[in-house]
Unconditional design. Structure first.
Length: 398
């Protein structure tokens, strides 16, 4: 068969692009190296009947009504406000740091104004603010930095906060009140039946053909197509000819506790200073599922494995910019998504970027067809770096 578009990757970026292009009348082939759709958001019932996120917790949150409305065509929503505790000095304390955190940690009874004054006295001013360490010290000072952030960052990224871009820590708010929600976005929801059914509905279109277990970076498919949408690692697309871009990976240790109705009081508990894992998530909080037992997952950050997080350092961004120049020269390829754009996107931002890229791609092709009355062969590569930037809040998802 001949397709208008080959979409590499069946996660958020690829699936949204495929659905929008197919709905515009295009013939689309979607491939993914994994044996399932939904990318890292893939969820399924484990052998005990618990709905679990195979690749770590994915908590959907956004301030963009249009993103919720678009995805809402493929799922009903369940309201869910994520809460996180951190184990510090043997106690579970709210994170992001708020009034409760400060009072319980230091045995105080401060009101909101008192917490503001406490943190102002505690902070260690940094100028200029360039790294994640600068951000945290400038906001809460040395003691809170060392208790909540220093070791967690080292485990999560494999490098100290002093070597990470300020943007990483800038995503973590500090509050003077007792608001213990991890996110404050207007829309905090989860797909009622799970992420995978949402993706399956999104891709259930007569103009979409799906071929799973196909690794584009290892074997380019023989299908004929006019335009490529690539959502994988941008350095892999170019065979790492300029050098390998660093990504942080994760290993997941899933466990079912048959006789435990609730393992922990909130969805996620962070362990900044203890253990090799960074956090434990209990899925019943996220899904609302009723079950006699419970299923949890521990996350172990690793240097090798599937790429999950671009590592935000100046030298890595400089290398990405060189790859971005190569991408701009590709005459029939669109690069979109966290890995293709080497950007620490939240899920809603990926959806927003894909919606914008699909809209522009469709509009560009129509313009050419109107002028020349012939199908377009390709379009200038686009790396949609700023599209869909709503809801940039610290993410609790992989």
């Amino acid at each position: 068969m001949k397709f208008d578009h080959l979409v590499v990757g069946a996660g958020f970026a690829g699936s949204v692009m495929a659905e929008r292009l197919a709905s515009a009348g295009r013939k689309v082939l979607v491939i993914d190296r994994r044996p399932h759709v939904a990318g890292n958001a893939f969820d399924e019932l484990d052998e005990h009947g618990m709905l679990v996120h195979k690749y770590g917790p994915h908590i959907f949150h956004t301030n963009a009504a249009r993103i919720v409305e678009y995805l809402g065509k493929f799922t009903a929503w369940r309201h869910y406000e994520h809460r996180v505790l951190a184990v510090v000095d043997g106690r579970m304390l709210p994170i992001p740091i708020n009034r409760t955190t400060v009072n319980r940690l230091y045995g105080l009874d401060l009101d909101e104004a008192g917490v503001a004054q406490f943190l102002e006295r505690a902070r260690t001013p940094r100028e200029p603010v360039q790294t994640s360490e600068d951000v945290v010290l400038n906001t809460v000072g040395v003691d809170l930095y060392e208790k909540f952030f220093k070791n967690y960052t080292q485990k999560q990224w494999g490098i100290p906060a002093s070597e990470l871009n300020a943007s990483v820590a800038a995503r973590i708010p500090v509050r003077f009140n007792d608001d213990d929600r991890y996110f404050t976005d207007e829309y905090q929801v989860m797909p009622k039946e799970g992420y995978t059914p949402m993706f399956e509905r999104m891709l259930d279109h007569p103009n979409i053909t799906i071929d799973l277990g196909v690794d584009f970076d290892r074997r380019r498919p023989p299908a004929k197509y006019e335009h490529l949408v690539y959502t994988g690692p941008i350095d892999s697309y170019f065979d790492c000819r300029l050098g390998k871009l660093p990504y942080r990976s994760l290993r997941f240790e899933h466990q079912h506790l048959a006789d435990v109705r609730q393992f922990q009081p909130v969805g996620t508990v962070n362990y900044p200073n203890d253990h090799a894992f960074t956090r434990i998530t209990e899925f019943k909080h996220l899904t609302g599922q009723k079950h006699g037992g419970t299923s949890i997952v521990r996350e172990y950050p690793e240097a090798e494995g599937d790429p999950y997080y671009p590592v935000p350092r100046p030298e890595n961004q400089a290398l990405f910019k060189r790859y971005e120049t190569l991408a701009a020269a590709e005459t029939n390829t669109t690069f979109v998504g966290r890995l293709a754009q080497y950007r620490y996107y939240n899920m809603d931002q990926v959806v927003g970027a894909a919606l914008t890229a699909a809209r522009d791609l469709i509009a560009g092709r129509r313009a050419v067809e109107t002028e020349h009355a012939s199908p377009v062969i390709g379009t200038r590569a686009r790396t949609v770096a700023e599209a869909g930037g709503e809801g940039a809040v610290a993410s609790a998802s992989a």
